[in-house]
Design a protein around this ligand. Structure first.
Ligand code: C5P
Length: 222
């Protein structure tokens, strides 16, 4: 069948990453984690002590940056300027900085351009906040995946705990809410549901249930 462009948007912790990876596996499509791209910019900005308000410095940083997604057996790795940063982009410190970096138009322009290059051929699942609204307004299938902030905070907490990261549940929920507020309130490309997106509230749904539903919607259009 046709190779589609599939967009998955929604707040953090709604299950976008898990589901995009599972969808990619089932369809043979390439998974593009756009959050990892903004996280990578934040990581570099942090390391190079770039002020998040310094547009020129951010522009230089983005111009000289290469990002690759590499799938080995089970894990998906993020390679930035030749270095595997998969773990380092997931720390709470980088997470919070990412929302600030991602609010800068120069950063968004650079990342959106890369995302369009990677996605325009089709056969892709892109996950993010603005895929169906800004990056690919003509995507073939758009999902808006959400869940309550409490449930999303709890999931992130379990995820970090399983990785051996010491975290506090209430604080994790608070961080999710903080990031929601920043992502929804920002001026440029805020988190917003596309008018033609398919809504999925995953608060009380299992991964497999959501996956089956998404696969049906995709195969109906292929
Ligand atoms: O999805 P993830 O939690 O990894 O995204 C990290 C941050 O990157 C988000 O909180 C948001 O600020 C930013 N982001 C964005 N646009 C996207 C994807 C992520 O602004 N398309």
């Amino acid at each position: 069948g046709t190779k589609l462009i599939v967009a998955i948007d929604g707040p953090s912790g709604a299950g976008k990453s898990t589901l995009s990876k599972a969808l990619a596996k089932h369809t043979g499509y390439v998974n593009i984690d756009t959050g990892a791209m903004y996280r990578s910019v934040a990581l570099l900005a942090n390391r190079q002590q770039v002020d998040v308000a310094d547009e020129h410095a951010l522009q230089r940083l983005c111009d000289g940056m290469t990002i690759e997604f590499v799938r080995d057996t089970e894990q998906e790795r993020v390679i930035v300027n030749g270095e595997d940063v998969s773990q380092q982009i997931r720390t709470p410190e980088v997470s919070l900085l990412t929302s600030k970096v991602a609010a800068q138009p120069v950063v968004r322009d650079a990342m959106v351009r890369l995302q369009r290059q990677m996605g325009e051929v089709g056969g892709v699942v892109l996950e993010g906040r603005d895929i169906g609204t800004v990056v690919f307004p003509n995507a073939d299938v758009k999902f808006f995946l959400s869940a309550t902030a409490e449930e999303r905070g709890r999931r992130r907490y379990e995820e970090l705990k399983a990785k051996g990261v010491e975290v506090d549940l209430q604080q994790t929920i608070a961080e999710v809410e903080q990031r929601d507020a920043a992502d929804s309130a920002r001026e440029h490309a805020p988190l917003k549901r596309a008018d033609d997106a398919i809504d999925i509230d995953s608060t009380r749904m299992g991964i497999d249930e959501v996956l089956d539903f998404m696969l049906q919607e995709i195969s109906a259009r292929e």
